[in-house]
Ligand binder design. Structure first.
Ligand code: 2PG
Ligand code: MN
Ligand code: MN
Length: 621
């Protein structure tokens, strides 16, 4: 069926373009793919209550003393493992399997939950999927014309990748966001606020370096950087090296006549980067230092600040107290004032939404801002599409549409989602493609259990696991919902503290929570899907290439506070699971993006054709 007309390529040509068409998402295919109706699964029934449990930071690794999941008593998760290979397997949760640039990129909650919820992988090489259904000539023509006009750059990519592309092509400086802030460059200062590391989870040093260079080449004459030290996605203590690198870059800029300096700083978990409104005090500490130029600690330079605060205050990079850099008269070198431009350079949304609100909202009552400068503010990305926050941004965020949550609600699945504050947005916002709010409030209920605030989670390693499990149990037993989805944060949040003993307690608590949920599923004859978003607690030590713990100069092991590259388990089961359901053997490289189709099947539906394939098959007994 070759359509006529010179502008229309042949089928072979289309294949050779090797373009990945998200067919269902191309709305211009008039009449095609616009329906929300999912096909019935040929073999699996509807009407089962399904619990989807995400253990945050729960990977699979060799059992040794640094594997807290192995060390902890985890009888429930251990018993699920006995279902291998038919009902327990591993899936990939890092690197390209979740849309990250390379296989050296560890997984993280954003890409993990995006993949779990959206069922597709973004930012991959392109592959061409032509519709397998019979098309009439008009529709095929529309499809082909759509293909020709298709802008490859509008394909879904992870935020990090989109920023990379915009920086590499220079397009970032031609966009609306940059033009908007550029208006201030003549008279004002450009402030860059964000996480200083190469962790690649929230931000990347190389992107900051390119932005500094590009901004100065595009007219910024006075630049102030407000740093947030990491130690969570990278080794604790690495802040010193990152500050050294940044200082060198700023010195280069100064040599070229740009007045560029670090103006303030603080540890990411104590200054600015709170999330889901757990503790506004964190954002306030940042505001005071960055905007007002006030902090309990004052230094003449950032290197001295970081080294001194680490030593004298015995704090780690994540929790460094706020500091400002002052001149020889003790005056802050870079408070944010009227007429300045501000960019928050993190690409990941969750920990930028609160500062974005404080910088952008006229009516704001979360803390006393004291002085609200008239600035032009842009995010690296728009962090919340629903709130349109911030209204100006340098790079357009990934568009993640047609997520499994939205499909299922359209197909009558009543959904309950729950976690505690620090992970609440993971099973709602990230799960739904970085979208806040309900698709249909009459079909969904999202419950947030307040997290402890003002503590490091090794102090309370059980966190709210029990409360989350009880809420899930009640939702299951109420029979008001078809899907009950939770995130259990313990392995991840406590794993990030680097406290091995506490992380063991955390893993045990998460395992107990899983049991409560599984027991409830048992009672209602339902199905469970237990998985994780990426590794963390299963490996708490930095290792050399051969997998042996790496020692520092003094012969001590180096604690790993970050996520890992490990795969994660996925277990299915429960009395409602049809007898012939088992994992397919032909998806050996399955990853988190394969879970959405799997869950849709268990709800009795066939997943949309552009979703990554299901992990299960149904064999006749
Ligand atoms: O705490 C966070 O912000 C990240 C690590 O930077 O962890 P997660 O991706 O698990 O939320
Ligand atoms: Mn996570
Ligand atoms: Mn984490």
């Amino acid at each position: 069926m070759q359509p006529k007309g010179s502008s229309v390529p042949s089928k072979e040509e289309i294949y050779s373009h090797e373009i990945w068409i998200r067919f269902a998402n191309l709305k211009r295919f008039d009449g095609m793919g616009s329906s929300w109706k999912l096909e019935d699964h040929p073999k699996l029934p509807k009407g089962k209550t399904i619990a989807v449990v995400v253990l945050d930071g729960w990977g699979e690794a060799n059992p040794d003393q640094y594997n807290c999941i192995h060390v902890a008593q985890t009888p429930t998760m251990d018993s699920l493992k006995k279902g291998a290979p038919e009902r327990w397997r591993l899936v990939r949760a890092h690197g390209t399997a979740v849309g990250l640039p390379t296989e050296d990129d560890m997984g993280n909650s954003e890409v993990g939950h995006n993949a779990l919820g959206a069922g597709r992988i973004y930012a991959q090489g392109y592959k061409c999927i032509l519709p397998t259904v019979q098309l009439d000539t008009r529709t095929l023509q529309a499809f082909l014309v759509g293909l020709i006009n298709f802008d490859k750059n509008s394909l879904l990519k992870t935020s990090a990748k989109l920023v990379d592309l915009a920086l590499a092509s220079g397009k970032i400086y031609e966009g609306e966001g940059f033009k908007y802030i550029k208006e201030c460059f003549d008279k004002g200062t450009l402030h860059l606020i964000g996480l200083l590391s190469d962790g690649g989870v929230h931000s990347r040093l190389d992107q900051l370096q390119l932005l500094l260079k590009g901004s100065s080449e595009n007219g910024a004459k006075r630049i102030r950087v407000h740093i947030l030290t990491d130690g969570r996605d990278v080794l604790d203590g690495s802040s010193v090296g990152f500050v050294e690198t940044l200082e060198k870059d700023l010195a280069n800029l100064r040599e070229n006549g740009i007045d560029a300096q670090i103006a303030s700083g603080g540890g990411r978990m104590y200054v600015t980067m709170d999330r889901y409104e757990n503790d506004w005090g964190v954002v306030k500490r940042g505001w005071d230092a960055q905007v007002l130029g006030e902090a309990p600690h004052k230094f003449r330079n950032a290197l001295e600040a970081v080294k001194t605060l680490r030593q004298e205050h015995k704090t780690n990079d994540q929790y460094l107290p706020p500091f400002v850099i002052v001149d020889e008269n003790g005056k802050a070198v870079g408070p944010i004032v009227d007429g300045d431009a501000v960019v928050t350079f993190n690409f990941r949304a969750d920990r930028m939404v609160m500062i974005a609100k404080s910088l952008e909202y006229e009516n704001f009552d979360k803390f006393d801002r004291v002085r609200v400068p008239k600035i032009r503010y842009a995010g690296m990305l728009q962090y919340d599409g629903e709130l349109k926050l911030p209204s100006h941004y340098l790079v357009s965020p990934p568009e993640i549409e047609r997520t499994s949550g939205e499909y299922l609600v359209h197909n009558g699945i009543r959904t309950f989602a729950c976690s505690e504050t620090v992970k609440f947005g993971h099973v709602t916002f990230f799960w739904n493609g970085n979208r806040s709010g309900y698709f249909n409030p009459s079909m969904e209920e999202y419950v947030e259990i307040p997290s402890d605030s003002g503590i490091t989670f090794n102090v309370q390693p059980k966190m709210k696991a029990l409360e989350i499990a009880e809420k899930a149990r009640d939702a299951i037993l109420s029979r008001k919902f078809d899907q009950i989805r939770v995130n259990l944060p313990n392995g991840d949040m406590v794993g990030h503290t680097g406290d091995i003993e506490a992380t063991v307690v955390a893993c045990k608590a998460a395992d107990e929570a899983v049991k409560i949920i599984l027991d409830a599923i048992e009672q209602v004859g339902g199905i469970y899907v237990v998985t994780a978003d990426h590794g963390n607690a299963e490996d708490m030590v930095k290792r050399n290439k051969s997998g042996k713990p790496e020692l520092d100069k003094s012969g001590n092991i180096q604690i790993l506070t970050s996520h890992t590259l490990q795969p994660v388990p996925i277990a299915i089961g429960g009395p409602g699971l049809a007898a012939g359901v088992r994992y397919r053997k032909d998806v050996p490289d399955g990853g988190l993006a394969n879970v959405a189709a799997t869950v849709m099947n268990l709800h009795g539906f066939v997943a949309p054709s552009d979703y990554e394939t299901t992990l299960i098959e149904v064999v006749d007994n």
